[in-house]
Ligand binder design. Structure first.
Ligand code: AMP
Ligand code: MN
Ligand code: MN
Ligand code: MN
Length: 298
C-alpha cells in the first residue's frame, strides 16, 4: 500500500509565507498531498480559510500551528496539530507569544541602521501580510530588495543569526507552556526539525526528555530542513523516545523554498505516523469503506 502523502508543515501570508491559505491548498493538491496542515508561526488566524480551501479542493485537513519556544537560550519550534482552534487558553498563549515581535523588529531595525541599512522596519513591514507577525523572514526579503544580499539565505547568514548585526535575542514561550496549550486544546505536540538546532548532545537529550515529560508525542523526521542521513538518525531518536513521526515540507514560498509541498520521501520504516494518533481529528476525511463491503470489492 502506498503511504499517505501527508504534508503537515507550511506557512502562508498569515505568517512568513508568500502564498495565501487558498493558494497553498491548491498547490498542495496539485503536488499530490492527501492530508495537509497549515502551520503558521504563533498564529492560527488562517485556520478557517485553510480548512475551507482544503474542503474546496478535496484535501484531508488537520489544524496546525508552529509555536516559537525558548529552550536553553535557543529558539525551538513546536508544531501543534489537530487542536481546537477556538480554545481560549491556546489563543491567549499565542497572542502573548507573538506580542514581543513588534518591539524585536524595531530593535533589529535600529541595529541594522548602525551598519548603514536604513528603514528596515518599514521595509520589512511592507512584506508582512499580518503586521502582528513581523518576522526575520520579512527583513530578509527587504534586504534582498535593497540589493544588500542576493537571496534570503545569505541575509540570514550575514545579518540575522546569532552574532550578526541584525540579530536580537528574544524570549519566546516556555516549552512547558507551549505543550500545555496544544494538549489543553486537544492537539498533539510535535518537535519541529530537530537537526536545525545547535545543541550539544547533552542539551539535545535534555530537549527530547523534557519535551516527552511535558506530554510531547511526535517529532519531525522527514522535513525540508533535514538531510537524508538526518531522516534516519531522527527516526532512531523517535524510536528511542517512543515518539510518533511527522513529515512536512516547511514550504514558505515558490521563490525561496527548496522543498516543494508533498514531494518529500515517505517516513522510514517502523515508525508510528503522527497522523495515526490524530485519526479522529482529521477533517474532510472520506468515509471509510465498511470492512464487509471492502471484502466483496465495493
Ligand atoms: P522569526 O520567527 O522571526 O525568528 O523567523 C524565523 C523564520 O526565519 C523561520 O521560520 C524561517 O522561515 C526563517 N529562517 C530561519 N533561518 C533561516 C535561514 N538560514 N535561511 C532562510 N530562512 C531562515
Ligand atoms: Mn518561517
Ligand atoms: Mn521552524
Ligand atoms: Mn516552519
Amino acid at each position: 500500500m502506498t503511504p499517505l502523502n501527508a504534508d503537515l508543515h507550511c506557512h502562508s501570508t498569515i505568517s512568513d509565507g508568500t502564498l495565501t491559505p487558498e493558494a497553498l491548498a491548491a498547490r498542495a493538491k496539485a503536488h499530490g498531498v492527501e492530508l495537509w496542515a497549515l502551520t503558521d508561526h504563533d498564529e492560527i488566524g488562517g485556520q478557517q480559510r485553510a480548512l475551507a480551501a482544503a474542503q474546496e479542493v478535496g484535501l484531508q485537513y488537520l489544524s496546525g500551528v508552529e509555536i516559537s519556544v525558548t529552550f536553553i537560550h535557543q529558539t525551538v519550534h513546536i508544531v501543534g496539530l489537530g487542536f481546537d482552534p477556538q480554545d481560549p487558553v491556546l489563543r491567549r498563549g499565542l497572542v502573548q507569544t507573538r506580542g514581543g515581535r513588534g518591539q524585536r523588529a524595531m530593535a533589529m531595525s535600529a541595529q541594522l541602521a548602525k551598519v548603514g541599512i536604513q528603514g528596515a522596519y518599514e521595509g520589512a513591514l511592507k512584506y508582512a501580510g499580518n503586521h502582528d507577525l513581523i518576522s526575520r523572514t520579512h527583513f530578509a526579503r527587504f534586504l534582498v530588495e535593497r540589493g544588500v544580499c542576493r537571496d534570503t539565505n545569505e541575509v540570514f547568514r550575514k545579518y540575522l543569526t546569532e552574532g550578526k548585526p541584525g540579530f536580537v535575542e528574544h524570549r519566546w514561550a516556555s516549552l512547558k507552556d507551549a505543550l500545555s496549550w496544544i494538549k489543553g486544546a486537544g492537539g498533539v505536540a510535535v518537535l519541529a526539525h530537530p537537526a536545525r538546532y545547535k545543541f550539544s548532545a547533552n542539551e539535545e537529550f535534555a530537549l527530547f526528555t523534557e519535551f516527552k515529560s511535558h506530554g510531547g508525542e511526535g517529532v519531525e523526521v522527514v522535513t525540508g530542513s533535514h538531510s537524508a542521513a538526518e531522516y534516519l538518525s531522527y527516526a532512531d531518536t523517535a524510536r528511542e523516545f517512543g515518539l510518533a513521526a511527522s513529515r512536512g515540507s516547511d514550504f514558505h514560498s515558490p521563490d525561496e523554498s527548496h522543498t516543494e509541498l508533498g514531494t518529500l520521501p515517505p517516513l522510514p520504516a517502523q515508525l508510528t505516523p503522527v497522523w495515526e494518533l490524530l485519526a479522529d481529528r482529521i477533517q474532510n476525511r472520506p468515509h471509510p469503506i465498511p470492512a464487509a463491503l471492502a471484502a466483496i470489492g465495493h
